[in-house]
Design a protein around this ligand. Structure first.
Ligand code: SF4
Length: 514
């Protein structure tokens, strides 16, 4: 059997073909897609997807009993969920959704939380505790296809080859075929990037390094005047705040000299067309903001083959933001205090007001002891970088927890009720890649799971009084009504942050990638 889908392993969004039957491991082929126009496929994909034939996939709802988990019907499961939600005040429910779910599944989860239940306790472990710096990270991305037309590529951080093999292949191609120069700002000096870097600068921390570069541009009078004085907002405020900081402290924290800073700035300004590439898994939200500030200070924004490329972590990390999976931000990453978002929510959802803002931090959300915890497509315990026990303790505090996943992950094992998940090619739907390209996959495989993940969410929503939806297309069409108007395009804005918020708690965007 052949299935054409979007690879779920990174945020590139390559089209791939899965060729498999029940007796053998799948054979993977790259096929020409909207993103991988050359049919690229990487070893991460060719060596993955063996899980398709794993025998222990969850296929039915499983309820925890004293004797272990026992199978129950979908109707029994939905009744339990419905009863538990309605038994408590809305804010005693908390919803988490992961970056491998389709946009349509994420949208229904947003609607269940905000409209069906009436709470903004809605988040993703992926971005939990990491601030708001990632929200609009990809807004100014140049297309990855323009890498080939640059003259110098600046890679900030060490993780690009593993984080996004397709983008990395485009960097290598530009270096190999067009003699594009590579400048690498590294934390370790160790990465495949070393093999093609023309110049390497090793720093101890990226946030103070970026601050020093931006400060140098301002102090030396070399910032782009059109951007700082005409195009962008809040430059004066940013400049005053940045100049009030201790330069010496940043030099110590970055572990570099002023001569290195000055050399970097001089080279950057004389580079011609430039791509500044960085990954979310390595840069904190506030470090990402400083890359955006750097792009504005150098006029490298809104130009062809001359700007930034923020690389998101998972297949649909962008979808989490677009579909409002955040306690303080709704559809399109717009604040839930935004008047326009409220009007659209009133019209589309038929509600008078949105629920009050919830806490954005993991400690606050989970320590608030939600009575009911719903985790769709995430395995925070299995992917916790440091303290798995602490995360497990938080999750155990819920009186009733539901996990929807493919396998009995460490998080699922703690749940009272485990629901089966389905893959994108079983349920159909869309992913949005790191370049904000939305790609649709049709349901092609008749799943052994009686009800797709999307249909399960719709069933939960309808029990809460929301209108039924037949297909993922219905969800996508409705979700579009909530996006901010295209004409409300805002001028870019300098954003100051006084400290690093490097607080990545989970690997793999907290998802079980099987
Ligand atoms: S580059 Fe990313 S999306 Fe493309 S095949 Fe490799 S892992 Fe999959």
């Amino acid at each position: 059997m052949k299935i054409q889908t979007i690879c779920q392993y990174c945020s590139a969004g390559c089209h791939i073909e899965l060729n498999f039957d029940e007796a053998t491991d799948p054979i993977l082929n790259g096929i020409t897609g909207v993103v991988n126009t050359d049919g690229f496929i990487c070893s991460r994909a060719t060596e993955g997807y063996r899980f398709l034939n794993y025998p222990d996939r969850i296929k039915e709802p499983m309820l925890k009993t004293r004797m272990g988990f026992r199978r129950i019907s979908f109707d029994e499961a939905f009744l339990l969920i419905d009863e538990h939600i309605k038994e408590v005040k809305p804010y005693r429910n908390a919803f988490f959704a992961g970056a491998r779910l389709s946009n349509e599944e994420l949208y229904i989860i947003q609607k269940i939380a905000r409209v069906g239940v009436g709470t903004n306790n809605l988040s993703s472990f992926h971005y939990l505790g990491r601030g708001t710096g990632y929200l609009h990270n990809t807004k100014s991305n140049i297309p990855v296809s323009e890498i080939i037309d640059t003259q110098v590529i600046y890679i900030i951080g060490d993780s690009l080859p593993e984080a996004n093999p397709y983008f990395w292949s485009k960097v290598q191609q530009a270096w190999r075929e067009q003699n594009v120069k590579i400048v690498w700002v590294s934390l370790t000096g160790k990465s495949l990037i070393a093999g093609i870097a023309d110049e390497t600068i090793v720093v101890s921390s990226l946030f103070p390094f970026l601050k020093l570069i931006n400060r140098s541009l301002i102090e030396s009078g070399r910032a782009d005047k059109m951007f700082t004085e005409e195009i962008c907002l809040d430059y004066t405020q940013y400049k005053e705040s940045l100049l009030s900081e201790s330069k010496e402290l940043h030099l110590i924290n970055a572990n570099i000299s002023l001569a290195v800073v000055d050399h970097f700035v001089t080279r950057l300004l004389s580079s011609g067309k430039t791509a500044l590439i960085f990954t979310e898994e390595e840069l904190s939200g506030n470090a990402c903001r400083e890359v955006h500030n750097l792009a504005m200070l150098t006029g490298k924004m809104g130009r062809i083959a001359d700007g930034i490329i923020a690389v998101k972590e998972c297949a649909n990390s962008q979808g989490l933001i677009d579909m409002g999976i955040h306690p303080e931000f709704g559809q399109g990453g717009v604040s839930i205090d935004d008047e326009d978002f409220l009007i659209k929510a009133q019209t589309t959802w038929g509600i008078e007001k949105l629920p009050a803002k919830a806490k954005a931090d993991i400690e606050d959300v989970l320590k608030a002891k939600p009575v009911n915890l719903f985790i769709f497509g995430e395995d925070p315990i299995g992917n916790a970088i440091n303290d798995k026990e602490q995360i497990a303790t938080y999750i155990s505090k819920a009186e009733f927890s539901v996990v929807q996943d493919f396998y009995m992950t460490p998080t699922a094992q703690l749940a009272e009720l485990v629901m089966p998940a389905t893959y994108l090619f079983e349920s159909g739907g869309t992913y949005t890649n790191s370049q904000k390209i939305i790609q649709q996959v049709n349901a092609q495989l008749h799943t052994e799971v009686e009800m797709t993940g999307f249909k399960q969410l719709v069933a939960i929503a309808t029990r809460l009084g929301l209108p039924a939806m037949e297909t993922p297309v219905d969800a996508m069409l409705e979700s579009v009504l909530l996006f901010p108007d295209a004409c409300s395009h805002k001028r870019p804005r300098f954003v100051y942050s006084n400290e690093d918020d490097n607080n990545r708690i989970f690997l793999n965007g907290a998802i079980c990638n099987e």
